[in-house]
Design a protein. Structure first.
Length: 267
């Protein structure tokens, strides 16, 4: 299963879609209970949701606080995938329990929708974790900007991070300096930047204009990698362990903390 689904120009992570389904189901059950003359729990459910989202974000920020301290404004970049669902769920239930302590009549109206929403989110997380094993690092060969060939399958024996990108992609451009630094710092990981659909002369000129000095820049004018990796959008970052097993995939812009979280899957 892909980490995201493309809906026209939109690329939505499955985790986000699971959350939307959980919210819709919870509100639908709450509305049904209200029609059956139970107290209206809608306002409490919405407040609980906001508590969950805020604490899920805060949990991730705390876990990678040193990295966020280097770039404080990046805490506002909610698109970086930096969430701790378990922290959010715990905070949500603590808040709801506290609010219901003196409202016994509301307990059924609130706990049933909250339990349903929680179950959907947890089931979605389990589905993502237990999805069938992905294909190993494929035997794709490309020519690099320096003229040398690169065979992805031959890189096994060391973790490999592959970034599928293009010069016209705004998120690709924003994350590239961070990935350049990561390639310099994380010498125990092969970083491979596979440009999709553009020729070598254009890519070389663009990198020069951006003053980026990347290693392992491969040219894939026919977008073979996009097809093999089932790319849903730009940029797409894939992480393979030393045996060539896919252990992480992210569609969308990476922040430094989000990259750090991805690399922890190699442990």
């Amino acid at each position: 299963m892909n980490e995201a689904v493309a809906l026209g120009p939109l690329v939505l992570p499955w985790a986000f879609l699971h959350l939307c389904v959980a919210i819709a189901a919870s509100l639908a059950v709450a509305a049904l209970l209200t029609r059956r003359h139970k107290p209206d729990a809608g306002p409490l459910l919405w407040r609980s949701l906001w508590i969950a989202l805020v604490f899920a974000r805060l949990g991730f920020l705390y876990q990678y606080k040193e990295l966020y301290a280097e770039h404080p404004l990046s805490v506002l970049n909610l698109r970086d995938g930096g969430w701790s669902p378990e922290v959010g769920i715990i905070a949500m239930w603590m808040y709801a329990t506290f609010q219901l302590r003196n409202s016994p009549a509301m307990r059924l109206s609130a706990t049933v929708p909250l339990a349903l929403g929680t179950a959907i989110v947890i089931a979605g997380q389990i589905q993502l974790v237990m999805r069938p094993a992905a294909e190993p690092l494929p035997a794709l060969r490309f020519e690099q900007l320096n003229g040398e060939p690169i065979d992805l399958a031959a890189l096994r024996g060391k973790p490999v991070l592959i970034n599928l990108w293009a010069t016209w992609c705004g998120p690709c451009i924003r994350e590239m300096p961070m990935l350049e630094q990561a390639q310099h710092d994380q010498t125990d990981v092969h970083f491979v930047f596979i440009n999709q659909g553009e020729d070598a002369a254009h890519v070389a000129k663009w990198l020069g204009q951006q003053r980026l000095t990347l290693g392992n820049v491969a040219i894939d004018e026919r977008r073979q990698a996009s097809a093999v990796f089932k790319q849903a959008g730009y940029p797409t970052t894939l992480l393979f362990d030393a045996s060539g097993r896919l252990v992480g995939k992210r569609t969308g812009e990476l922040s430094q903390p989000a990259l750090a979280a991805m690399l922890t899957r190699l442990r």
